[in-house]
Write a new protein. Structure first.
Length: 745
């Protein structure tokens, strides 16, 4: 039987990523000067999942070692039969190559080709051993058996019912995913997100994308408006269509929220969208009215919000007022007596500012304690926990990140949780289990690192609080604001609607810390003070500005000097921080550099331009509620399983598995941006700050970086860059109305 008739979904026309055709699978007319070659893909030298660019070795019927073929193919695997149309060329380094303008892959029909095809990693659950056993059992009929009579493969050693179902599911999925890959490549888009599109839309993926490609930007993580707009153009959707106008308005507003804003003035939004889309104002105005009618967007006077952000901002104000309106059950009736008891228990005497903050925290329904490092915030949390625990009240501790929660737990010896775990996200419903109808259980809630919390997460937390609960918010308002939209901590303080107190005295036990000393100097606009050169210190500055020398100094510190002098593990206890993600001194390049130094050997895979190796430290880049891992969580790759096509990553002693299609949710974490480091502390940090970072140099950025180091901070950079950062105290004002909403009542 002709293999092309057995599995039509695997007969793949693989167009160039630049092909501008409505039908990605339509064949191209042959060029009179072109040639066509056919053979078996013997080796896949390189294949970009983003662009489809492919280099492979093709074994043809004639003698020889194989032909090097270069071209674009959406999906290709070793063992497949490839027909390529193009011409011969000679590369100055690699010699004779066949440069393909058009490539068509079909499933293999020889036993050897099928074995190579199955062993290539295409089918989840089949590796070299099972591929050999399957082909030995079924020969050239193997692929038809898997597709049409999969129950028969249970006769092969190592394949039971569960493994057979796994193989069959993977076989069906890869067929659908391949069609999506080809479709997307045919419309100028990479294939890295094909698996996500398939999981979201199933077999209707292509139909749904054709109907409205802009839905991808809303539904699929990692695909934005610009990518969706490219697809729309190749599908011949008019540039002035109402569907494009509506999507562009949402994108324009979303771009502003990515900068921390909660809303945009209506006319400003129309102007921004008009510049982006080049669409007449009248069409945009009509599109905006439609978005308001469907409540995708919300207008409040002359401001426009994404609906979720409007609901969150209003919700925070509503729920804080709700909490304040009902007395706690019970508050501490005699704060002075409780403070004296805590001092006796903790064997210390609170400074006046601390005592005042503690009295406020235990006597007010909602309160805020803020301040920099070394001013006693953690000591106060311990005292609050002791006082309320002695009253037999249930105290709940939470923070936005796992690392911050772990610090609370270590300080208080009481369980602390991340907000996501406290609220219990349910993948089945897509919502938190705790809400106004199913409130959290507890009497006193202490929330740390509040500066990191955006308006959506804060609203989710507040709406789940029981009305009679007492709430204490703790954080450092001078740090960087949340990555997400809003400025919750600062707005709450500025409103004056919530009792708050700022601690600003560095206590005696911290006076010898140069980290704390310099953090406070930076925060007040003063330049760093360095300890005497001969003194063993917790703070060092190395003057360098040339990128190559900065990299060399950072590597030397992390790999040799800090481990030797301070006994710290470079893979687990030292964190490199940098202001940016891209360029030579950005986190992406520094991760690659440090990986080669700290973890150069071992089983690895390459995906999306990154190498992942067993033993690597990695960071989760997005909230994945189904896996119970969240943006900023740090883990370690414990195993790479080629047969199962999976990574096994450990987060805080808990194992999480990632399929290869999900690996772009992880980045290496030897280095990270300062924004990503918020809420974390490390035994040692190495901070890069040079003139290359000029656009990002701000006082609160440097201040946040310095306060990430617990035992040691090493700053590598230029005096000029650091001076620039300290002088630049201009904080971009985020558009938010939370302060005004709190003041309304």
């Amino acid at each position: 039987m002709d293999s092309s008739n057995r599995h039509p979904t695997l007969n793949r026309q693989c167009p160039s990523p630049l092909q501008d055709k409505d039908d990605a699978t339509s064949p191209k007319p042959a060029d009179a000067s072109s040639e066509t070659i056919t053979g078996t893909v013997d080796q896949l030298v390189y294949h970009s999942e983003e662009t489809g660019y492919t280099v492979c070795i093709l074994k043809t019927a004639g003698p020889g070692e194989g032909v090097a073929v270069v071209g674009a193919c959406a999906s290709i695997w070793a063992g497949e039969t490839l027909t390529a149309e193009g011409h011969w060329t000679r590369h100055k380094l690699h010699g004779v190559q066949f440069k393909a303008r058009h490539m068509v892959c079909v499933e293999p029909h020889s036993a050897a080709g099928i074995k190579k095809f199955l062993a290539s990693g295409l089918i989840h659950g089949i590796g070299n051993v099972l591929a050999e056993r399957l082909v030995k059992k079924f020969g050239e009929d193997t692929l038809r058996i898997i597709d049409k009579e999969s129950a028969r493969i249970e006769a092969v050693a190592g394949i039971g019912k569960k493994r057979r179902e796994q193989i069959k599911t993977a076989w069906n999925e890869q067929k659908s995913v391949r069609d999506i890959m080809i479709f997307l490549h045919g419309h100028g888009v990479g294939t890295a997100q094909a698996a996500r599109i398939h999981r979201a839309y199933g077999d209707q993926a292509i139909a749904k994308v054709r109907e409205n490609p802009y839905r991808l930007a809303a539904d699929i993580w990692g695909i934005g408006f610009k990518t969706a707009d490219k697809i729309a153009q190749t599908l011949h959707i008019p540039k002035d269509s109402i569907i494009r106008a509506r999507a562009g308005l949402g994108y324009s507003l979303q771009s502003m929220t990515d900068e921390g804003h909660c809303y945009c003035p209506r006319e400003h939004l129309l102007t921004a969208a008009g510049e982006l889309l080049e669409i007449p104002h009248v069409i945009l105005n009509q599109a905006l009215n439609l978005e308001l009618e469907t409540q995708t967007l919300v207008q409040d006077q002359d401001t426009v919000y994404l609906a979720a952000l409007y609901q969150a901002e209003v919700g925070i104000a509503t729920h804080l007022r709700r909490l304040q309106a009902v007395p706690a059950s019970p508050l501490i009736s005699d704060p002075a007596k409780a403070i004296a008891w805590a001092e006796s228990r903790m064997r210390l005497t609170f400074a006046p500012g601390q005592a005042k903050a503690l009295a406020m925290a235990i006597s007010q329904k909602v309160s805020i304690i803020t301040g920099g490092p070394g001013v006693g915030k953690t000591t106060l949390i311990r005292a609050v926990v002791d006082i309320f625990s002695a009253k037999k009240l249930r105290v709940c501790l939470a923070a936005p990140t796992g690392r911050a929660a772990k610090r609370m737990e270590e300080a208080t010896r009481l369980q602390a949780m991340t907000l996501h775990r406290l609220l219990k996200y349910s993948p089945g419903t897509g919502r938190f289990e705790h809400n106004p109808h199913h409130p959290l259980e507890g009497d006193v809630f202490i929330l740390d690192e509040v500066s990191m919390i955006d308006i959506v997460l804060m609203n989710a937390f507040l709406r789940a609080l029981p009305t009679r609960a007492l709430l204490i918010l703790v954080g450092d308002a001078d740090q960087l604001p949340s990555v997400g939209p809003g400025n919750v901590l600062r707005d709450c303080i500025a409103s004056g609607a919530i009792p708050s107190l700022k601690l600003d005295t560095i206590f005696r036990q911290q006076e010898r810390s140069w980290i704390v000393h310099n953090a406070h100097r930076v925060n007040t606009g003063q330049f760093l003070e360095l300890p005497p050169s001969q003194e063993l210190s917790d703070f060092y500055f190395i003057e360098e500005n040339e990128p190559e020398k900065v990299i060399a100094a950072a590597v030397e510190l992390i790999a040799r000097r800090i481990p030797q002098r301070f006994g710290l593990n470079p893979k687990t206890e030292i964190q490199l921080l940098t202001p940016m993600r891209r360029f030579q001194l950005g986190s992406e390049n520094m991760n690659a550099v440090l990986q080669e130094v700290l973890n150069p050997k071992g089983l690895s895979i390459s995906r999306f331009g990154r190498i992942y190796r067993a033993g690597d430290r990695v960071m989760q880049l997005r909230n994945n509620y189904a896996k119970n891992v969240y943006n900023g969580d740090i883990g370690w790759i414990r195993e790479i399983d080629p047969a199962e096509q999976q990574l096994r990553v450990e987060f805080d002693g808990r194992e999480v598995r990632y399929d290869l299609a999900e690996i772009d949710e992880l980045s290496l974490a030897y280095a990270c941006s300062i924004h990503k480091a918020q809420g974390s502390e490390h035994p040692a940090v190495v901070i890069l700050m040079t003139n290359q970072h000029y656009k990002l140099l701000q006082r609160n950025l440097l201040y946040t970086a310095l306060t990430r180091g617990r035992r040691l901070v090493c700053l590598v950079g230029s005096t000029k860059a650091i001076s620039t950062a300290i002088r630049n105290n201009h904080v971009i004002q985020r558009r938010t109305l939370l302060k005004e909403r709190l003041n309304q009542h």
